[in-house]
Design a protein around this ligand. Structure first.
Ligand SMILES: *Cc1c(COP(=O)(O)O)cnc(C)c1O
Length: 219
């Protein structure tokens, strides 16, 4: 699909769900994509992008930021504590706050720098051992812990298990966010962003549907 087709699909999903136009923001996930595809999407006027690796983002985005001064970059992949400084310097939002140690690191960096990117807490809604994220039952306590550190937590993020019905996970994430008074919900990818919008997504993270298939990254 082209960027404008995705835009229309997103707008009609908003309207079907009775959501206000523009209430869902499209994060174009550019990880592993060739620079010319990213350049093309920038030329069409899109400015909000997602990357899942700090190193890769650091290699690619400074050159584009020379050309466009209103790019917004979101980190959507796991973050090692030793890359936290680089991440807070580079990203406008980080969707993968997933453990107390990282929260403490962000709090230290926020104190030192006087600012902190928008933060979303990743919830492991499927309780998958190989996936990062806070367990659903621990989410309320972790939100409270992060707030006690004055971290600017705005919402929750999830990646549903591949083999399960995504709607159940979207509904669970929406419930956890609502009961914690968190306005942002980062959920929905190429295959299921319309469903995620029906359940209240405010950020959808769409990669292959915009840019085409990725060459599988080494994860
Ligand atoms: C790669 C990735 C996406 C985008 O996936 P597509 O299926 O290509 O849309 C979304 N979220 C996260 C966390 C990702 O790593």
């Amino acid at each position: 699909m082209s960027l404008s087709e995705i835009g229309s699909a997103l707008a009609s999903a908003e309207s079907r769900a009775g959501r206000a136009p523009g209430s869902v923001r499209l994060i174009a996930v550019s990880k592993v994509q060739p620079a010319e595809r990213v350049a093309h999407v920038l030329k069409q006027g899109h400015r909000l992008f997602g990357e899942n690796r700090v190193q890769e983002a650091a290699g690619r985005w400074p050159a584009f930021q020379e050309l466009y001064d209103d790019i917004s970059l979101h980190l959507i992949g796991p973050l090692q504590t030793n890359k936290a400084r680089q991440a807070v310097e580079m990203f406008d939002a980080i969707h993968t706050l997933d453990r107390p140690k990282l929260a403490r690191r962000f709090a230290d960096l926020a104190q030192e720098r006087g600012s902190c990117p928008e933060l979303l807490i990743q919830v492991n809604t499927g309780e998958e051992p190989q996936k990062s994220g806070i367990l659903p039952v621990e989410t309320d306590a972790f939100v409270a812990e992060a707030r006690a550190m004055d971290l600017p937590v705005t919402g929750l993020m999830c990646i549903p298990p591949a083999e399960e019905e995504a709607s159940l996970h979207f509904a669970l994430l929406a419930k956890l966010a609502e009961r914690n008074g968190l306005p942002e919900l980062s959920m929905g990818m190429s295959a299921d962003f319309d469903k995620a919008i029906a359940f209240g997504a405010t950020y959808v993270r769409v990669g292959s549907a915009i840019f085409g298939e990725r060459v599988a990254p080494k994860d």
